[in-house]
Design a binder for this molecule. Sequence first.
Ligand SMILES: Cc1cc2nc3c(=O)[nH]c(=O)nc-3n(C[C@H](O)[C@H](O)[C@H](O)COP(=O)(O)OP(=O)(O)OC[C@H]3O[C@@H](n4cnc5c(N)ncnc54)[C@H](O)[C@@H]3O)c2cc1C
Length: 412
Amino acid sequence: MGAEVDVVIIGGGLAGLAAARRLHRAGVPWRLVEASGRLGGRVATDVIDGHLIDRGFQVLNTAYPRLGTLLDTGQLNLGYFTSGVLVRKGDNLLRLVNPVREPTGGPGTALAGVGSLFDRLRFAALATGCATLPTSRLLAAPETSTETALRRAGLSDAFIEELLRPFLSGVFIDRELSTSSRVLAMVLRSFARGRIGLPAEGMAALPLAIAAPLPADLLDLDTPVAEVAPGRVRTQAGDIRCRAVVVAVDPPAASALLPTLATVRMHSYTTYYHSAPEPPLTEPILLVDGGRRELVANTVVLSNAAPTYAPTGRHLIATSVVGPTAPPEPTIRAELTRLYGRSTADWTHLTTVAVPEALPAAPPPQGQLRKPVALGEGLFVAGDHRDSPSIQGALTSGWRAAGAVLDELRAG
Ligand SMILES: Cc1cc2nc3c(=O)[nH]c(=O)nc-3n(C[C@H](O)[C@H](O)[C@H](O)COP(=O)(O)OP(=O)(O)OC[C@H]3O[C@@H](n4cnc5c(N)ncnc54)[C@H](O)[C@@H]3O)c2cc1C
């Protein structure tokens, strides 16, 4: 290649795209190189028999602060989920509404059978605090694991085990709830303040919308980077010389390209997709297992939120399992029969999507949820492992890394 440019961004996931947007806006010459044949990284959508199959169940929270800088979420035609969760406990399907968005609740708020009234009041107080206190206060609170924080908040064992562990294990992809309490606080804040939705064209529409203002000829697909050194990026097509490099690859690839970075443990996630002629629920709401069985983390009828996810006459159900071991589909289907309380015999198993390296672990200490992005000698790093393990974390890390590049270029 023998090319030359001010900044090379490695990786076309959300972090790399956010960095490109900031550099582009600043008028700095840049170029992005992506190993695969498409943009979006861990956010991807395939089509199977007319169904939109995201590469693992994931959702967009409209309260993520960095989204507004990069796109108008209105252009994604989001289909929204009900703000709350259903819990299967024995023969009962119980409901917890979001205590901040709907403080007066509804008839279903009385989650009899899961925890106590005190649990619900304490959880409402915790969520309200996360929603309303300044971020600086939340990030100054003593840091511990999610599990310890929930117990310190006075929540009962039943409330944690039958509702919060299944629910949060799907959010953090971490059944042990070892994730930092600071990440918990930021997640509860986003849930309380925003709405959860799916783009009408699948989650892949998110990175594509962020990339849309960027010139396509600056985005080199199918270009894996083999080596990085100050001022030089080595690809199969040759070297690119540059003043700064932003390494915005996934955490395992980041430690391979930048050996001085600490290795990050990754959590695994598997999603089973089924197509049904009738929806097992008519509401777009997450269903979790309150039976302490530790198998299914959550299940949801995606097409209830975004009807475009399934062709006419069909309904798409996504069921997710946390951890490296994915049970066979018939085991999951038996669980679904119990969870939805109806036969699943006429369902079609479309596919199972396993993502072994889905989300970086974020145990305490995570400090201010902002790890350094400038490594010196013109090397910068971005990705969800530098901020919080989320779409927001990936976007904001890329934005921060580009800001640090601009500071250094201006200073130099
Ligand atoms: C199953 C699943 C469910 C999730 N659910 C949610 C959710 O509901 N809400 C939420 O907020 N977040 C969720 N997330 C997390 C979110 O998707 C990620 O945090 C985010 O997409 C990470 O973006 P990134 O840019 O940091 O990394 P990535 O998306 O991994 O992008 C890195 C890019 O670098 C490229 N690359 C790697 N090596 C090289 C190389 N050598 N040369 C060139 N390019 C390279 C890769 O191909 C990739 O495109 C989920 C993730 C998964 C997998």
